[in-house]
Design a protein around this ligand. Structure first.
Ligand code: THU
Length: 134
């Protein structure tokens, strides 16, 4: 799977975003070590705090399917009507990613024509987690 293919899947996942409140649509495509891809979109709620981001939708789908080993995630977000642009994962999603992904996880932001690449370590330095795991 190429980076462009993963980004294209994130763009396609974005089509299922439910964001009537912010009108900011996000899609994510999470590539597992076994080659499987898990998709997610943001799902908003009238009680705003119940909203789920695209990245967490994807990772919860993967973990629910028994998959916990990941190599990359592509994220594509933009206002409704716009093309996917650089949408960096929110702090909660960075923390959730760090629960299941090592710091080398590749994070691709953008769309299939233009993107930037980071590692999870770059986006979430000095992360919390190991201290509390038994
Ligand atoms: N959102 C995501 O899905 N991922 C992010 O990393 C940033 C924010 C969603 C949540 C909400 O539905 C909308 O974008 C505006 O914050």
């Amino acid at each position: 799977m190429t980076d462009q293919e993963l980004l294209l899947l994130a763009e396609q996942a974005r089509e299922n975003a439910y964001a009537p409140y912010s009108r900011f649509l996000v899609g994510a495509a999470l590539l597992a070590a076994d080659g499987r891809v898990f998709l997610g979109a943001n799902v908003e709620n009238a009680s705003f705090g119940a909203t789920n981001c695209a990245e967490r939708s994807a990772i919860f789908a993967a973990v629910s399917a028994g998959v916990r080993d990941f190599v990359a995630i592509a994220i594509c977000g933009a206002k409704q009507g716009g093309r996917g642009t650089i949408c960096t994962p929110c702090g909660i999603c960075r923390q959730v990613l760090s629960e299941f992904c090592n710091s080398k996880l590749r994070v691709l932001l953008g769309n299939s024509e233009e993107y930037r690449e980071y590692t999870l370590a770059e986006l979430l330095p000095h992360s919390f987690g190991d201290e509390v795991k038994a």
